[in-house]
Design a protein around this ligand. Sequence first.
Ligand SMILES: [Zn+2]
Length: 351
Amino acid sequence: MKAITVEPGTINSLRLDEHADPVADSMHLLVETIALGICGTDRDIVSGHYGWAPPGASRLVIGHESLGRVLVAPQGSGFSVGDLVVGIVRRPDPVPCPACGVGEWDMCRNGLYTERGIKSADGYGAQRFLLEPAYAVKVAPSLGALGVLLEPASVLAKAWEHIERIGRRTTGWKPRTVLITGAGPVGLLAALMAHQRGLQAHVLDRADRPLKTDLIHALGGVYHADRLPPDLQVDIVIECTASSPLILEALRRPGGNGIVCLTGVSSSGGTVPFDVGAFNRATVLQNDVVFGSVNANRRHYEIGAKALAGADPAWLARLITRRVPLARWPEAFERRDGDIKVILQFASDPA
Ligand SMILES: [Zn+2]
């Protein structure tokens, strides 16, 4: 079978390799890959800035946003042949730390977790893969090919869960507005979940983008190209860009009892002027919370699957702006103007 592999730490080492077919066993589902979503983490790995090969290997099968069809399911696994599934990305550390010990590997404390397609475990960018039933999430047949959006949706499901848990520190918390910085797949899924909670989303992105504007308007939200109204203040901020100027915008927009959730992973070293005193003063006097959120555990995948199942499929379908067939796989890793979510198509979509 074909697998897309990379040598972590080496720029542009991506290639399509021939790998031995995985063999079904009593512990794993054998899954045929339908589609693979490509994101910024994949591009970071391809550019040599991130990623770890499995122990003893020099190359890593890339890919963590999966959608597949079960070919073989062990008896008693809870899965059947033909089920659509998405593989969870992270596996708990073997120690385990207190978080991993209770299934919250997204909160791992010792960093010894592994991640399929990213950190020390082969990913889902192969024509077939094995998956432990405990790390497989069923996708509703009605969602079909849109199930490839589940991994990014799980990350936002976690962010929203934590925002709401923080919100419950005060009984009177009734948020109405949210600012989302960045209108990529993460920002748009954040806006979808804001809409599903009855909140109005203000979404800030770099330039006028008709498709993104349309998608935000369809959610009853407001699209801001390049800049925000100077006096805009919101109850919740979700920062999805990891860009320093936008992080600064995010930090100064909560309007009291505010919650700022940072979801982007930036590189260090870029310094910008920042008034720590003013930030501290506002944060204390307004009871604001700034927190980071990454990854997702099984519960978040299940919440994410419900969020996707409850969304307008036509709206979700518009997030997928390019589908690249496996024969032209390098194109999936290119950045093109107008891209939102690019997927690599391994097999035909579910009927
Ligand atoms: Zn852990």
